[in-house]
Design a protein around this ligand. Structure first.
Ligand code: SF4
Ligand code: SF4
Length: 295
């Protein structure tokens, strides 16, 4: 795709990367086939190809509006489109630039700002989220069915308990922000399977939200702070030989994989971020590599 980015953007590191991504797109539209928002809404501008075009227009200096912002907001950042792109377009990186740019150009209503701030701070704060969930469970019967159906029952305490057996082989596991309240049994179940492979799972208390919530809400600075905090929390275990960071939530896994890119310009953290990203694996990948121990 040909581009003519405005010089003030083109001359920045982010602008140069955005331009290179835009140029790698051949506008074939194959990505639309695997995009859930395009499938649901049927609007070209609610699919990856349309969003790429909107971002291109914006970076070329054309007018943008709240409608443009809405189309970018609707993207789930699921990256399903990247799996079908024959050109290997790094759509998620382009979207990050696009969202950051449109935040500068289009203001939001106070209602939207409050809602987004509530999501950003509420979802990524496990204590706050746990409180809200407990409250939701108490008033469950009075809630509309759309909300009621999303509140799971309290997890069985026995199923949510991590195994206490120590092993020489150790991996890190992220408790996460929402998952530890909604479904704490997931990490515990994964840890029991790893225990069978003689691998001990460590959850470091100081680790926090992976940063995806903030990044998806256009707050890259907060996402970077959370990435640095997690690196600091995990680093002593990594130095002591933790061999992997096993992720049980794919969205968090993708985010931790991105730490190297997110902190590329951070002299103090870049090398550590690269190490952390390289250690991050999905539970399925780890188990596949350890399958001989399971049989
Ligand atoms: S599939 Fe890839 S190259 Fe084709 S339009 Fe989508 S992003 Fe561009
Ligand atoms: S990240 Fe997901 S929702 Fe966004 S354009 Fe790609 S497939 Fe569609």
């Amino acid at each position: 795709m040909q581009t003519q980015l405005i010089p003030v953007i083109q001359e920045t590191i982010a602008g140069a990367e955005a331009e290179s991504i835009l140029r790698s797109c051949v506008h074939c539209g194959m990505c639309n086939a695997t995009c859930p928002t395009y499938q649901l809404l049927g609007d070209e501008l609610d699919g990856p190809r349309g969003r790429i075009y909107l971002i291109k227009q914006m970076l070329e200096g054309q007018e943008v509006s709240q409608t443009t912002q809405t189309h970018l907001d609707r993207c789930l950042t699921c990256r399903s489109c990247e799996t079908t792109c024959p050109s290997g377009v790094q759509y998620h990186r382009l979207l990050e630039f696009g969202r950051a740019e449109i935040e500068q150009r289009v203001s939001r209503s106070w209602l939207q700002k409050s809602f987004r701030s509530g999501l950003k701070h509420g979802l990524s704060n496990p204590r706050l989220f746990q409180l809200a969930l407990q409250l939701g469970r108490r008033v469950r019967g009075a809630l509309p069915s759309t909300l009621r159906d999303k509140i799971p029952p309290q997890a069985d305490a026995a199923l949510a308990r991590m195994p206490q057996v120590q092993h020489q082989r150790k991996v890190l596991m992220l408790a996460g922000c929402v998952q530890q309240s909604l479904a704490p049994e997931i990490n515990a179940a994964a840890a029991r399977v790893l225990d069978v492979c003689s691998v001990q799972s460590l959850q470091v208390e100081q680790a926090q939200c992976c940063g995806a919530v903030a990044l998806h809400l256009s707050d890259a600075e907060r996402a970077k702070q959370q990435a640095r905090a997690n690196i600091d929390a995990w680093w002593p275990c990594i130095e002591q030989g933790a061999e992997a960071i096993v992720m049980t939530a794919s969205g968090c896994g993708l985010m931790v994989h991105e730490y190297a890119g997110l902190l590329a310009g951070d002299i103090a953290y870049h090398e550590k971020a690269r190490k952390v990203s390289s250690l991050c694996v999905d539970l399925g990948q780890f188990l596949y590599a350890s399958r001989s121990l399971l049989i």
